[in-house]
Design a protein around this ligand. Structure first.
Ligand SMILES: Cc1cc2nc3c(=O)[nH]c(=O)nc-3n(C[C@H](O)[C@H](O)[C@H](O)COP(=O)(O)OP(=O)(O)OC[C@H]3O[C@@H](n4cnc5c(N)ncnc54)[C@H](O)[C@@H]3O)c2cc1C
Length: 264
């Protein structure tokens, strides 16, 4: 009933002149990264492997892509007679090279964005749904010239910004900064930037102050994916490394220790 009573749901029912008959719910795996996708003689694809998109859990395309790769790896295993876990790791290597793998590189951030939207309705629904309706509905409103509509849409969208900005800064900005769930050091930013270290430092402190950011020390666990990828190691070692480092951090103080050194 909570869903049926939502204002926008009611509006949709009115527009469609429809009556709700029944509500059904179905479970889906929704992970920020698939793990344990294969073992001796077994490859898990699609939903079984945890492949629905980490943002909105759409799973048909990932199921088809992982299904195709699994079939290729299985065919190779049949010809060589080697069904060992080690041989089937080609499955992981395969999907990681596709757009599905690229999507999961930012899995944690994408997962957080979606978790914060529909699952925190009080915080976000007051601006997210109205803003999306405004943008989508507005574009398809032919009662006025598009040039005029676009200006109106922009001014409406602007009015949602005070509510949207904290969400964007908290959930979307980190995604833009760390597309691959990997923090960048100041040195790396400087290598890409065409300005001086002093300018970058000053800009960062202005951003922190103006946006009221709480700066956090670099999490050494968050650095692991980059080391794993640079060393060409597989996801199993990544999971094990994360476990070792997390256990170490929960048992010993790491204050004053270099996060990069801890990770290495
Ligand atoms: C309500 C809903 C809406 C969705 N909307 C979208 C969408 O719009 N876009 C999108 O991309 N994704 C959507 N998804 C997700 C998408 O449906 C799944 O991610 C996708 O179907 C996964 O494909 P799959 O082949 O891995 O698994 P499935 O499609 O679940 O196929 C598994 C099959 O195995 C069968 N099976 C299970 N156990 C056994 C057994 N013991 N023996 C034999 N057969 C067995 C099942 O009956 C099923 O047919 C939606 C999911 C739900 C629940």
């Amino acid at each position: 009933n909570r869903v049926i009573n939502l204002k926008y749901y009611q509006r949709l029912l009115r527009i469609l002149d429809a009556k709700p008959r029944e509500l059904q719910a179905h479970l889906l795996p929704w992970l920020d990264y698939p793990y344990n996708t294969h073992t001796d003689g077994i490859i898990l694809i699609g939903d079984a492997g945890g492949f629905p998109c980490p943002l909105e859990a759409e799973g048909i395309y990932p199921a088809m892509v992982t299904g195709k790769i699994a079939a290729e790896v299985a065919a190779e295993a049949v010809s060589s007679g080697d069904f060992s876990k080690d041989s089937l790791k080609k499955f992981d290597e395969g999907w990681k090279k596709t757009s599905i793998g690229e999507e999961f590189e930012a899995g944690a951030e994408l997962w957080n964005i979606w978790k914060a939207l529909p699952f925190s309705p009080k915080e976000t629904m007051s601006w997210f749904i109205p803003m999306i309706m405004e943008i989508l509905g507005g574009i398809f409103d032919w009662s006025q010239p598009h040039t005029k509509r676009v200006r109106q849409i922009l001014s409406h969208v602007k009015s949602y910004m005070p509510k949207a900005t904290p969400f964007i800064m908290k959930n979307v900005f980190p995604l833009a900064c760390r597309k691959k769930d990997i923090p960048r050091t100041l040195q790396e930013i400087l290598e890409e930037a065409s300005v001086t270290a002093k300018d970058v430092r000053r800009s960062i402190s202005i951003l922190i102050r103006e946006l009221n950011f709480k700066t956090q020390a670099t999490d050494p666990v968050a650095l692991i994916p980059r080391y794993i990828s640079d060393l060409g190691l597989d996801s199993e070692i990544e999971i094990l490394t994360k476990k070792i480092l997390t256990t170490y951090i929960s048992n010993f103080s790491i204050s004053g220790k270099d996060p990069k050194g801890l990770c290495a």
